[in-house]
Design a protein around this ligand. Structure first.
Ligand SMILES: Nc1ncnc2c1ncn2[C@@H]1O[C@H](COP(=O)(O)OP(=O)(O)OP(=O)(O)O)[C@@H](O)[C@H]1O
Length: 266
């Protein structure tokens, strides 16, 4: 058995025949022949400039986008569109989105958001007191129990992102797909959420696909890094190798741009 996530020759095209764009527009190959493996307990970052196809890879993994070609498997189970996935497979792979506020239902309290996750996946709902389980889950992501009674509008961006992470953890996932999960947050809050993800990864034995345009952020969390450009994966290496010995000129360019930015910010 091949444990974990295996993406083979993934191709996703938007537009053209049957696509979302007008028929007169040429189809866009958002992802073009991407292959990537994410083993158990591994954090693999996918980096690249805006429009390089990172989000499309993330959405394909969770079944929100239907690939034109290629396969995605998890523990050898072929992953189709989200609605066709058996509940235990849906649970196993959870996504954390970029904008924590808009990814949470504004009408629901944090407690209700966690209860909804348990109602959707009763197999992993707490056997005992749900209130106690809610307090424990909130504590695990560094939130006070009083947060259970608050709606997203009464929480900071960082607190909302912690609730999103708690919602994902509520159903006991094996793999978290984090799509620009810290990009909308202040730098100090970014660091806290990254620390939380690193801790949760080891405590919960999670694998993480971490999508980001920010190499500075990726450096803090990734074991391996895949670099995407115009829908293709141009380089894949351990984090250490990529930062010390980038092989592809595009990777070198991204590293130079990140260094320039550090210079501007310091
Ligand atoms: N639903 C869609 N319909 C049409 N084109 C799309 C759609 N989603 C993405 N695309 C196109 O696919 C390409 C890749 O987009 P994608 O969002 O995956 O890139 P990205 O690297 O995540 O960029 P960003 O960091 O800006 O989100 C882009 O050219 C984009 O315009």
């Amino acid at each position: 058995m091949t444990a974990g996530l295996v993406i083979s020759d993934l191709r996703v095209t938007f537009g053209g025949r049957g696509g979302l764009l007008r028929r007169s527009e040429p189809p866009v190959a958002a992802v073009d022949g991407v292959s990537l493996r994410v083993g158990p307990r591994e954090t693999v970052a996918v980096v690249g400039e805006s429009g390089s196809g990172k989000t499309t890879v993330a959405r394909s993994i969770v079944g929100l986008v239907t690939p034109e070609a290629g396969t995605i498997t998890y523990d050898d189970t072929v992953l189709g569109p989200m609605r066709t996935r058996p509940p235990h497979v849906q649970r196993a792979i959870q996504m954390v989105f970029q904008d924590p506020r808009s990814s949470l239902n504004p009408r629901m309290t944090a407690g209700a958001i966690l209860r909804e996750a348990w109602h959707t996946h009763p197999a992993v709902a707490p056997k005992g007191d749900w209130k106690q389980a809610t307090r424990e889950l909130l504590a695990e992501v560094g939130l006070d129990p009083t947060v259970a009674g608050r709606r997203p509008s009464a929480l900071s961006g960082g607190q909302c992102q912690r609730v999103s992470i708690a919602r994902a953890l509520a159903v006991r996932p094996r793999l978290l797909v984090c799509d620009e999960a810290v990009s909308a947050l202040d730098v100090s809050v970014q660091a806290q959420i990254l620390r939380l993800l690193v801790d949760l990864k080891s405590e919960r034995d999670l694998a993480i696909v971490f999508i980001s345009h920010d190499l500075g952020v990726v450096r803090q969390i990734a074991d391996r890094i895949a670099v995407m450009r115009s829908g293709e994966l141009v380089e894949e290496a351990t984090a250490e190798d990529l930062f010390t010995n980038p092989r592809h000129p595009y990777t070198q360019m991204l590293l130079d741009a990140a260094l320039d930015l550090e210079g501007v910010e310091s």
